[in-house]
Design a protein around this ligand. Sequence first.
Ligand code: ASP
Ligand code: MG
Length: 486
Amino acid sequence: MSEVSAEQSGQAAAPLAQSVVMKFGGTSLADAAAIRRAIRIVKQRMPQKPVVVASALADVTDHLLAAGQVAAKGDAASAEASLRYLQRRHEQVALDAAGADAYEVLRPQIAVEFEQLHQLLPVISTFGELTRRLQDQLLGAGECLSSRIVHAAFLQAGIDAVWLDARECIVTDAAHTQATPLWDETNQRVLDAVAPLLAELRVPVLGGFIGSTTDGIPTTLGRGGSDLTASILGAALQSSRIEIWTDVDGILTTDPKLCPEARRVPTMSFEEAADLAYFGAQVLHPASIAPAMRKNIPVAVLNSRHPEGKGTEIVAHPGDECVMKAITAKKGVTVVDVQAVRWLAPELLREIFDVFERHQFTLDLLSASRGSLSILVTSTESLPAIAEELKGLAHVRWESRKALISLVGERVRRQPEIAGQVFRALSDVDLRMICQGASERNICFLVSESQAEDLVRRLHRLFFQSRFDRYSSSVAVPLMCQAGEG
Ligand code: ASP
Ligand code: MG
C-alpha cells in the first residue's frame, strides 16, 4: 500500500497557516550590510512566523561553476585559487555579519566545507569533465555556506534561529542539475523538520537550491532554484505567503538592464508569472510558481533595499485590467530544424521526441509543418549525437544565437490588435517561429540574438511608454499595466 501523503492525511494543521516563507536571493546576502538588512526585514515578520531560505552569497554559484570548469580542463591551480578566494570572502562576511564570537564557531564549519570542495577538484580533473552529479556537489556548497552564516548572524541579532540541512528536507529525483522534488516525501520531511520549530516560535533557516535523492546524493533544483525551495516549503507548510526578496522593486515590465524605463508591475496572476519566468524573466525560477499556485498561496517579489515598497503581488485573480504585463527576451536559444527524409509520420515524431528525451533535452517550444519540425533548445551539447541517431530518418540542422521575445499578459491573445501592432512595428525585422496559438497569455517570436535588445526597447516604448495615445482608439482597455512607482 502506498504511503498516505501529508496532504491527504491533512497533517498540515491550522496553526501552520500563519507562517511566511522568506527567500533572500544572492544580492540580498552579498555582504554583511545586506545580511543586516535581511535581519531587519525578518524581525518585522516575527509575528507571522518566518521560515528563511538563503541563496548563495552573490556570484558564488558562478564562481564555483567556473572553478569546476577549469578543473575539468586540467587547470587545477586556477581552480584552487578560486576556492581560496571564495573561502576568504565567506570568512570575511561571516566575521562582519556574525561577530567575533560566532565566527569562532563558523570558521571551522566554513573550513570543512572548503576542504570538501578542494577534495572534489582532483576528482573532476580525473573525469576530465564536470559531470552533472559532481556539479551538484560543487554548487550546493554555496547555499550550505550562506545559510550557516545567515543563521549565525540571526542568532547574534537575537533571533531564535535554527539551521536545517535543506538536503535532508528536499527529496528529489536524480536528474542532477535540474532535479524535481518528490512531493510526498518532501512534504512529509518538511512537516517533520520545520513545523515543530514554528510551533515553538523559532525561525528555521535553510539553504535554497539544494536537495538530495532518496539515497542521499546531493542534487540541485536548477539555477535560480532557491525560489523553488521557498515555494516547496510554503506549499508543504500551507504558509499564508511566500516572499522572494531580491534587489529590484518587484517584477518589472521588462529587464531594466535592457530598458531603464522598465517599471514595477503591481499585480500578476500565477499563470502570468509562470509564463514570464518560463520565457526568460530572471527574477523567478520557472518552476517556482506551480507549488504556490496549487495551494493558492500568494507570492510577493520584494526589494530588500526598499523593504517598505509594495513589490509585485502574485495571486490567483489579481483583478487588474491590464492586457499586457511584461516583455521578456530569452537569449542563448538555438533553433533546431528537423526535416523528415520522407514525411513527418506520427511514428517518426515519436522517435524524434524519444531521441531528444534520451539525451535529457528540454524542448522549449516547437512548431511543425508537413515535413519538418522546428524546436527551440537552450543547449547544443547533445545535438551532434541526436543528429547522428536520427540519420536516415531526418536531417537535423541548427542555428544558435537566437533570442525568444515574449509579450505576456492575461489578455494578450484576446486582443487581436496587439499582434497586429507588434508585427507592423517590427515589419523591418526577420521574425521566425511566431507563436501565439499555444497560450492565451503570450505572443512570442524568435529573432537573432543581436537584435533582441533593440526590439525589446522598441516594444516596451510601444506598449508601456505610449499608453493611450496610439492605441486607445482601437483597444478598449489599457494596453499596459498601471505600473507602480518603480
Ligand atoms: N545560488 C543558485 C544560483 O545562483 C540558486 C539561487 O540563487 O536561487 O543559481
Ligand atoms: Mg533568482
